[in-house]
Design a protein around this ligand. Structure first.
Ligand SMILES: NC(=O)c1ccc[n+]([C@@H]2O[C@H](COP(=O)([O-])OP(=O)(O)OC[C@H]3O[C@@H](n4cnc5c(N)ncnc54)[C@H](O)[C@@H]3O)[C@@H](O)[C@H]2O)c1
Length: 248
């Protein structure tokens, strides 16, 4: 357990997509340490099982797991029902799953998967009536929002997710708050070896804090924005990038 108190109630639950690895795994473990029940979603059942073990080792949190592709409508609808019954309501949603920016994907399909999944998960979750104090955070990126990166579909999707968050913040605040966390370069499995590569070294020289983000750096920002102590923060875009983008 942790001595940090972000104001969460012990009976509340958070659903995290992309929970089998990286940022999502870190959010799951830290959320459980803060006393939240967790619903862990991912395509990868082995990774999900490992995250479940880490959560149980760190806390006595209630854990629900759901192996699914968040771009699959039927799987999402079924999973939301299961998660809601298993945990007795889900106050918080972390829309985090997404393909690696290095993946070669057709532009239209990639945007459909990335943006559509955030919309799909949000509507399915909201339809359960998450209740007073509900909040959603999506993992966006500095890519597309502050810098233009190599992959067109990635920059376009991350910017579109932030646009969707602004829509939600403006028009659905009576249901829940919505915010975006925008990691810079984060040390997760998809960036394995990046820091020691030539490009990685070049990027690191432009990060004032002199290192990549850890998954925990992103997890704490996410949990803060979801939490009751952030109750007046709605529609914001929070870069967590060690100051990288101010040096661009
Ligand atoms: N690592 C970075 O530098 C960085 C920077 C900016 C933004 N992000 C964003 O952070 C989020 C998490 O990335 P990460 O670095 O932790 O990566 P990661 O690869 O460690 O974890 C991503 C997880 O999402 C899952 N996933 C992918 N598509 C899915 C789908 N359609 N349905 C269900 N699960 C799916 C994967 O199986 C994986 O377990 C992503 O949205 C990514 O775009 C990462």
């Amino acid at each position: 357990m942790t001595s940090i108190d972000l104001g969460f109630s012990p009976d509340d639950a958070v659903l995290i997509t992309g929970a089998a690895s990286g940022i999502g795994r870190s959010v799951a473990v830290r959320a459980a340490e803060l006393g939240l029940a967790v619903s862990l979603w991912d395509l990868n059942p082995d990774g999900l099982a490992e995250t479940g073990e880490l959560v149980r080792a760190a806390s006595d949190a209630r854990v629900h797991t759901w192996t699914a592709d968040v771009s699959d409508d039927a799987a999402v609808q079924e999973g939301i029902g299961e998660a809601n019954s298993a945990l007795g309501g889900i106050r918080y949603l972390h829309n985090n799953a997404g393909p690696a920016s290095s993946s070669a994907m057709p532009f239209d399909r990639a945007v459909e998967i990335c943006v559509g999944s955030v919309r799909r998960m949000t509507d399915a979750w909201a339809s359960t009536g998450p209740g007073e104090g509900a909040a959603m955070v999506a993992t966006t990126s500095v890519a597309g929002n502050l810098v233009g990166t190599d992959n067109a579909w990635y920059s376009a999707s991350k910017a579109a997710i932030m646009g969707y968050i602004r829509h939600l913040a403006a028009h659905r605040a009576h249901e829940f708050r919505s915010n975006g966390v925008a990691p810079g370069m984060t040390d997760t499995p998809r960036l394995a070896g990046f820091a020691s590569s030539e490009t990685g070294q070049r990027v690191l020289t432009r990060i004032p804090l002199g290192r990549m983000a850890s998954p925990d750096d992103i997890a704490w920002a996410t949990l803060f924005l979801l939490s009751p102590i952030a109750s007046y923060i709605n529609g914001t875009f929070l870069p967590v990038d060690g100051g990288w983008t101010v040096t661009q």
